[in-house]
Design a protein around this ligand. Sequence first.
Ligand code: MN3
Length: 198
Amino acid sequence: MTIQLPDLPYAKDALSPHISAKTLEFHHDKHHAAYVTNTNKFIAGTGLAGASLEEIIKAAANDSSKKGLFNNAAQVWNHTFLWHSMKPNGGGKPTGELAARIEKDFGGYDAFVEKFSATAVGQFGSGWAWLVLDGGKLDITATANADTPLVHGQIPLLTADVWEHAYYLDYQNRRPDYVKTFLAHLVNWDFANANLKA
Ligand code: MN3
């Protein structure tokens, strides 16, 4: 079994004007695709062929000789999770169970926005901002490079990619504007709610 590149769950221009078709073309067809190709190269000869992507990530995270495999496999998983974390006409206030949980665990939507934005903007260099479930409570966390909450005992609910390749064509160095747009126009609360239930 080889790891496959999943299709985007929407057309390349579906998130425009917030994220351009050009950005999604490079981000999915080049960056995500390269992580898939490299993961399959690194798997060869490790005994992990046939394992699920999650099993590969967890095995490689605890093995310093498999850093290259971890980085690429985790990036495959993180990006597939990212595509579903966004949707056309998304963003704004949460719906469903998460609306109540955000009120309870952060003290309201505005406080959530403030903390998520500060975490995403404040991540030094490449990485990810996450809404996670940690010990039954919502939390916001950042990971560097390919690191993922999957290997930190947390359940990811939603993510924003803050690697420059995620926003540079559309926002150049203005990461704060990208994060603001992500929260206001792109967040897929249906996906986050489904992850909370599962
Ligand atoms: Mn990316």
